[in-house]
Design a protein around this ligand. Sequence first.
Ligand SMILES: [Zn+2]
Length: 304
Amino acid sequence: MTHTEPHPWQWDEAVWRGHVQAIRAGRPLRPAHWPGGARVAVALSFDSDHETIPLRDGETRPGALAQGEYGSRVGAPRILRTLERHRAPATFFMPAVSALLHPDEVRAYAAAGHEVALHGWIHERNMLLDESVERELAHRAAETLQQLSGRRPVGLRTPSWDFSDHTLTISRELGLLYDSSLMADDDPYELVQQGTPTGMVEIPVEWIRDDAPYFMMDRYGALRPYTPPRGVLSIWRDEFDQALAEGGVFQLTLHPHIIGHRSRMAVLDELLRHITAHDVWFATHEHLARYVLDHAAPAQEGTT
Ligand SMILES: [Zn+2]
């Protein structure tokens, strides 16, 4: 914002109201029942960013890229083995550049019955892009994932949950079924754009249910914010237990280059042992979105 524009405290009501109403949560989509009499739906997701996190910042040195390489060489295979052991389907959100660097990994996800979905071109920050650039990258990413996975992706998680003023419009042009980047609920809801229901499902995320904020650190910063893996386990277990009590959705966002380490995979394995001791429905984000659209209460007059 330049200083010639009004400050936020000088905005007319129409201005601040307009910003807030651009995209809102509409109809709640938590159904009365889950498939097979399950008491809770579990939607696991893995953002297979690998080398694209340093690359999108122009960080090309081998040290940072090796951390991403670990995600693909060690983290992803470990995750696939763990999911197979627990018979848990999941969704893998993958930047197109990451998919092009690791085509066999994309095929392994698809072959195991997991969903492969959009996560940008090179993990770009959408809010820094012009609309035309964001659109072109989104289309190119969708075509790339379709070629590598054999299926047209139906869902998007914006890289870094960086959701621009144009992201939803572009997602609707692509005909996407769902987005998974916003945070207006614990359970799925319908996205409303400028007061109009879109028919698109939001499967909400939260930093609480993401491995990155607990485990990442700034190498050259003085602070070392770090939560012990067993501490993270207790947070996620409480999130799951409450979703179970409410009959809602437990959604988790993990990264192969972060969760894929030994001490952290032990925690994921223990979490999955806790989850599978209950009547749960494991669903990919796609299957969850389709189910809630088909089974949620219809929109009522006067509510959007
Ligand atoms: Zn990511």
